[in-house]
Design a protein around this ligand. Structure first.
Ligand SMILES: Cc1ncc(COP(=O)(O)O)c(C=O)c1O
Length: 358
């Protein structure tokens, strides 16, 4: 077996012990004689996995009882629609901080349902500062993306909204640092980057904000449907929930979110040091204080070498570092499951490549 260091932006690398456990349990899940994929979602065994996953996430993220934890399908894009459908209530304005691909897409989707007020805009090189935010006081909610995955821009603070419910997309940095959920009305995240596989999206929503969708809201897009039925209103993505469960156990064993935060800063520092120490051979476009700890984006001064860089890296087992097609360059996604050693290897390769071609 030869596993690479996989820097893919999502779906992305999983902890090896999680994959090994899934393999070991694949044919006979804990004495049931079938795979977890073959079990009824209403079976005792799966119900245990389902409830335990919610409990583990609550524990790891510090989510108290006044927030509902909803397990859904449909990925991030479905949340782009669910947020306005569920939070506008009687209002028809929402403020969006737009500083990258995913907040832009979320704002475009919300514009189908309401007037979107852009509270701040940035082309993807920085997280707007608190002073730059112009929030429309009529807003039913204020929305932002805590870590913009394509550009590699991460917020270093939680925006202050003057009492208007704050909503965050934390898909690409969830569980990588502690945060105080009480600052938020809702936080949502897809599983496929930091704690699992595609097919599962989770929202933690303050309970009093649930139940405000219009009657015309489709059942599957109404957070209340999930809240009322413990996220079991129909067949949930059982295998994705099972993998999330294994990842949560792995995070606990490794030392919890604080330890993942420590690793995230070590990994990203290794890579940013390689960029900054390359004498311009590599360069980034994101302002230093907004640099993402999860998605390290950079370009080669001599763009003609980019193909060779990707090819040689792959030969050394450092894969999927090509940047997003919309902005080019390189992107090393270093999520929770990426070992520090993977970032060290990539930094070593970058230094070596620069020495040979600089
Ligand atoms: C921060 C963020 N939000 C939303 C999405 C969209 O998620 P999905 O592909 O599950 O719709 C992505 C995808 O990469 C993302 O990185």
């Amino acid at each position: 077996m030869s596993r690479c260091y996989n820097f893919a932006p999502g779906p992305s690398t999983l902890p090896l012990p999680v994959l090994e456990q899934a393999r070991d349990e694949l044919l006979d899940f804990r004495g049931t004689g079938c795979s977890v994929m073959e079990l009824s979602h209403r079976s005792r065994e799966f119900t245990e996995v389902h409830n335990e996953t919610q409990a583990l996430l609550r524990e790891l993220l510090g989510i108290p009882a006044e927030y509902d934890l909803l397990l859904m399908q449909g990925g991030g894009h479905m949340q782009f629609s669910m947020v306005p459908l569920n939070l506008l209530g009687k209002g028809n304005v929402a403020s969006y901080i737009v500083n990258g691909t995913w907040s832009r897409k979320a704002a475009a989707e919300a514009a189908r349902f309401c007037t979107v007020h852009v509270a701040a805009e940035n082309p993807g090189v920085a997280a707007p500062s608190q002073d730059e935010l112009r929030i429309d006081p009529r807003s039913s909610y204020v929305y932002y993306c805590d870590n913009e995955t394509v550009h590699g821009v991460e917020f270093g603070y939680v925006p202050e909204t003057g009492g208007i419910p704050l909503v965050a997309d934390m898909s690409s940095n969830i569980l990588s640092r502690p945060f105080d959920i009480r600052r938020f009305g809702a936080v949502w995240f897809g599983a496929q980057k930091n704690f699992g596989i595609a097919g599962l999206a989770i929202a933690a929503v303050r309970h009093d904000l649930i139940g405000n969708a219009p009657d015309s809201c489709p059942v599957m897009l109404n957070w209340k449907s999930y809240s009322d039925k413990n996220s079991m209103l129909n067949t949930p993505p059982t295998f994705a929930i099972y993998i999330a469960n294994l990842v949560c156990h792995w995070i606990k064993r490794e030392g919890g979110v604080k330890e993942l935060e420590r690793r995230a800063s070590v990994r990203s520092k290794l890579l940013y040091d390689a960029i900054d120490g390359s004498d311009g051979f590599y360069f980034g476009r994101v302002e230093k204080e907004s640099r993402s700890r999860m998605n390290v984006t950079f370009w080669l001064k001599e763009d003609a070498l980019s193909g060779l860089f990707i090819e040689e890296a792959a030969k050394e087992g450092l894969r999927n570092i090509k940047g997003h097609r919309s902005i080019g360059g390189m992107r090393a996604s270093v999520y929770n499951a990426m070992p520090v050693e993977g970032a060290r290897e990539l930094a070593r390769f970058m230094n070596d490549f620069a020495r040979r071609h600089g």
